[in-house]
Design a protein around this ligand. Structure first.
Ligand code: OXD
Ligand code: MN
Length: 596
């Protein structure tokens, strides 16, 4: 008798009518074969899926150029299909599941004719972890199949875990004809199912990542009592060898990857990387919060990555351990046949082809690499990978950092008074937008816990879920708001960021260890400036003060905006968060602005 998995694959094959069906085992030998197929046989937009690059400096490097309209997540084409709109919430596009299925069935009908259907069994999380989930994605694209080998634990262990059970997350993906009018990313949280059509872009097509590990998993977490978060996970080893684990939520392209692989500017401190994008947080047997990274690779933004900004990532990319490393929509140095992007170390090569294949030189006012061009590389290549990465139990989290990109208002670092206040800090986080999603760049959008594009249900309920988790924890992590992006009168960043961020993290670790005090402000607890290690940094005192400046008059518009934002969640918004809001307004002397 066919297993539920075999039956499901069979049904998808009947719908999509591929010429061939190939079950991937996730091996290196297989990845090499798929890459060859992508070079010689498969085409996207008339171009081979992969182009081999010179691996003298960039081992195992392959280039992929996507369709020019398919370079970022498409939030307006992403739907959460709960049976009712209310459960999806105002934070999501919603479609009735029946309507969505009907629409998508038409698109998927016969779409794999002439193509190979790849069946990818994979684990999100270590196969032995009680927190891991077994999944299967179907795709018709070798780039997606190879990328999933890098980003997940693919192969037999997932198949063994699924066995004859029905308990696996299903993802059906086809690049279709890449027509943006026929591009949809549909989530069916109740069925643990994703249907994605018409895009080959990572966040839309690698269904284990944003689609499952955040959107579907956040809903699973609500049902099962855990949190799926858009967070990095890292261990910080202090000069005495003690390692403290923290998780940090930052919206796309706000430096999560740089922070997760940070090389400390303070001697004696060392960073151990566990994840750069997604954390699953569970209450462990001892009542503490434990984090695993369900992924096994990095899908990082290339422009700006250099030995100066992220030396460990450059070393990761230059490591030949795990095959292959993919470069998507970067520019090419044609003489060297190597990837290139703006901000990379060294002289600008003479003979550059831009991400669309056109000749490029620095006098042009276009970017050579697409601002959202990416590398895809195994986490096992990373020299700062923590020994705990493969620990099925995860790591105990002592602090959660919540941040955004704010040029004013929000201090460099601030400790929440308690868990509930910390949740409030997360609910009102906002960020000036970047290029990771297809929308206007540079405007403020509120992005609670950096989860706005990724929460698979009503965010009002999500805030309530956070509050409940806090109540269940025996020793809840301390919560911090961080903001590396405050600017001076000339619009220049005050804080140097990158490896210097360890100075902020050191203060956080000292707070956790009870080694240092803090100053109370209306917004939260901030460092006494004497306790922030700024040794060797050349920032004038008045600028340092500006990093922490709180001007109540500047908060009028902000409070109104927060109130408006919260208001859209109606009765789903927890009263405890409104209480925090009112307390803040009162402390800032602006309680009249609160209508609630
Ligand atoms: C990502 C994103 O790719 O957040 O990680 O967009
Ligand atoms: Mn992300």
């Amino acid at each position: 008798m066919a297993t539920p998995l075999e039956k499901w694959v069979d049904e998808q094959a009947k719908l999509t009518t591929p010429d061939r069906i190939y079950w991937c085992n996730g091996s290196e030998e297989e990845a090499r074969r798929l890459v060859e197929i992508g070079i010689k046989e498969e085409k996207i937009n008339g171009l081979p899926v992969f182009q081999k690059l010179n691996d003298k400096h960039w081992p195992n490097a392959y280039f992929h150029r996507s369709h020019p309209t398919d370079v970022a997540r498409t939030e307006h084409l992403t739907f959460i299909c709960h049976p009712d709109k209310e459960t999806a919430g105002p934070n999501n596009n919603w479609m009735d599941p029946r309507e969505a299925k009907e629409k998508m069935t038409k698109l998927f009908s016969g779409c794999m004719k002439g193509r190979t259907m790849y069946v990818l069994p994979y684990m999100m999380g270590h196969p032995k972890s009680p927190y891991a989930k077994a999944c299967v994605q179907i795709t018709d694209n070798s780039y997606v199949a190879v990328s999933m080998r890098l980003m997940t634990r693919m192969g037999k262990e997932a198949l063994d875990r699924i066995g004859s059970s029905d308990d696996f997350v299903r993802g059906l993906h086809s690049i279709g004809d890449l027509n943006p009018d026929r591009r949809f990313i549909m989530h069916f949280p109740q069925e643990h199912l994703v249907w994605s059509f018409g895009s080959g872009y990572g966040g839309n097509a690698l269904l284990g990542k944003k689609c499952f590990a955040l959107r579907i998993a956040s809903y699973l977490g609500l049902k099962e009592g855990w949190l799926a978060e858009h967070m990095l996970i890292m261990g910080i080893e202090d000069p005495k060898g003690k390692i403290t684990y923290i998780a940090a939520a930052l919206p796309s392209a706000c430096g999560k990857t740089n922070l997760a692989l940070m090389q400390s500017a303070l001697p004696g401190y060392k960073i151990w990387t566990i994840g750069d994008d997604i954390a699953w947080l569970n209450i462990g047997p001892d009542g503490r919060l434990y984090a695993i990274n369900p992924e096994a690779g990095f899908f990082g933004v290339a422009p700006g990555t250099s030995l100066k900004t992220n030396p460990q990532m450059i070393k990761t990319l230059k490591n030949d351990k795990f095959f292959p490393t993919l470069y998507t929509n970067t520019a090419l140095d044609l003489d060297a046949n190597e990837p290139w992007w703006n901000g990379l170390d060294g002289a600008i090569p003479k003979n550059i082809e831009d991400w669309q294949g056109n000749p490029w030189n620095p006098s042009m006012d276009t970017k050579a690499a697409h601002p959202n061009s990416r590398f895809t590389v195994s986490i096992y290549n990373c020299p700062s990978l923590s020994n705990e990465f493969d620990n099925p139990a995860g790591v105990p989290i002592s602090a959660i950092l919540l941040g955004g990109r704010r040029s004013s208002l929000v201090p460099l670092v601030m400790e929440a008074f308690n868990w509930q206040h910390g949740v409030f800090l997360g609910t009102r986080t906002g960020s000036e937008t970047t290029a990771a999603a297809a929308h206007q760049v540079g405007v403020l959008r509120r992005d609670p816990m950096a989860m706005l594009p990724f929460c698979g249900y009503n965010m009002g309920d999500y805030f309530g879920h956070w509050l409940n988790i806090g109540k269940k924890l025996k020793q809840p992590p301390k919560i911090y708001s961080i903001n590396w992006f405050r600017t001076d009168e000339d619009g220049k960043f005050i804080w140097p960021g990158f490896g210097e961020n360890i100075r902020v993290i050191k203060w956080i670790i000292d707070r956790i260890g009870g080694k240092t005090g803090a100053k109370e402000t209306p917004l939260g607890l901030v460092p006494e400036l004497k306790d922030l290690d700024l040794s060797g940094l050349n920032i004038p005192q008045d600028k340092v003060k500006k990093l922490f400046a709180i001007d109540p008059s500047e908060w009028t518009a902000e409070l109104q905006d927060i109130e408006k934002y919260f208001g859209q969640f109606g009765s789903h918004m927890p009263e405890a968060i409104w209480q925090e809001y009112r307390a803040l307004a009162e402390k800032l002397g602006q309680s009249k602005s609160s209508k609630k």
